[in-house]
Design a binder for this molecule. Structure first.
Ligand code: SAM
Ligand code: SF4
Length: 342
């Protein structure tokens, strides 16, 4: 399928640069709204209404849209979801995208990852982000509403042995798993892992409120208390969404993603495409721009991409004050995380 690009030269017009001068070089593509887990912070208990299959991007459509973004300057693509590995044609998608000159990554819950290890290797994936919110089986089952701890843990071990760079994502929730912060950091003593603590973010249907939040400051207080002399700040990469640290003498490192209390919006370089082909200029923004509709109508997508970038707010999709952030009406204007692709 060919894209009509409306004769726009990206070099002159900086299609992927927004009104605040932020250049977007990192594309996150959600492959599916489905998942084999049911994490409480990500999706409502009853699930979400799923889009009919014919409304989702096909392999070719994903490739065509991705290719256009790469032409405009994207250098990094991450596949996410839902759970990207439940999509039956995942191997085809990965193979096609691996032909693009980008760094390819994947965020997965790890349940099915073992069977895809050779495929990921063959197609140049070197870094994998795996979500695991508790090191305790019971708690893991409680938060994911499924009993898959062992398969996730085995995946982490296996991918480590195979030389992958592994990041672990942990969403912290007050009075639930905040007492595991040090246990997670202790994993980095002998293992070359990056353990990333994520502040719980508000989305439609996830029962978020400020009281459930474990803040960056609270995390750091615990770490400083436990490792008063060994805590070391690491340099953050230019567009890092995390603040990076390590414990002196430990093999791995840890990081905090503080999208709620200390967002990194001023250096944001991320754009997202949902599985139904809509561009989201920010995780927190309810505004969406359908690229798939245009593609299927054989119309150019570049003007809409440009429009989406121009409409990007400076901070958290316009939720720039604590009052706005706490307003459930604004959360319900956005999707559930499962259908955005975190
Ligand atoms: N299924 C894959 C997984 O769990 O890694 C990929 C999709 S998931 C939506 C991507 C990331 O978003 C996960 O690391 C998950 O923990 C995170 N996430 C989901 N809901 C969140 C929330 N409300 N606040 C913060 N992070 C969230
Ligand atoms: Fe599924 Fe990932 Fe959401 Fe958990 S965080 S429900 S694994 S998409």
């Amino acid at each position: 399928m060919e894209i009509k690009n409306a004769n726009v030269s990206h070099k002159k017009q900086n299609i992927l640069t927004d009104s605040f001068g932020r250049n977007h070089t990192y594309l996150r593509i959600s492959l599916t709204e489905r998942c084999n887990l049911r994490c409480t912070y990500c999706m409502p208990a009853d699930g979400i209404p799923l889009s009919p299959k014919e409304h989702l991007m096909t392999v070719d459509e994903i490739y065509t849209i991705a290719k256009e973004f790469v032409r405009q300057g994207v250098t990094k693509i991450r596949l996410t979801g839902g759970e990207p590995l439940v999509r039956k044609d995942f191997p085809l998608i990965l193979k096609k995208l691996s032909g693009l000159p980008v760094e390819l990554g994947i965020t997965t819950n790890g349940v099915l990852a073992e069977r895809f290890l050779p495929l990921l290797k063959e197609n140049g994936v070197k870094t994998i982000t795996i979500s695991i919110d508790s090191l305790l089986k019971d708690k893991f089952s409680k938060i994911t509403r499924r009993n898959e701890f062992d398969s996730v843990w085995d995946t982490i071990k296996l991918f480590q042995n195979e030389g992958f760079k592994i990041k672990l994502n942990i969403v912290l929730i007050k009075n639930f798993n905040e007492n595991e912060i040090i246990d997670f950091i202790n994993l980095t003593k002998d293992q070359n892992l990056v353990v990333r603590f994520i502040e719980f973010m508000p989305f439609d249907g996830n029962q978020w409120n400020m009281d459930k939040l474990v803040t960056q400051q609270e995390i750091m207080d615990k770490v400083q208390y436990t490792f008063p002399l060994q805590l070391k700040k690491l340099a953050d990469a230019p567009n890092d969404t995390s603040r990076n640290y390590k414990i002196e003498g430990y093999t791995g490192s840890f990081a905090i993603i503080s999208s709620v209390t200390n967002p990194f919006c001023d250096t944001c370089n991320r754009i997202r495409i949902t599985a139904d082909g809509k561009l989201k200029n920010c995780l927190f923004s309810g505004k969406e721009f359908s690229l798939l509709k245009l593609l299927r109508a054989n119309k150019p997508i570049l003007p809409v991409i440009q429009k989406a970038l121009k409409h990007k707010f400076a901070t958290r999709g316009g939720m720039d004050t604590p009052e706005k952030l706490k307003n459930p009406e604004l959360h319900s204007k956005n999707r559930s995380m499962i259908s955005i692709g975190g």
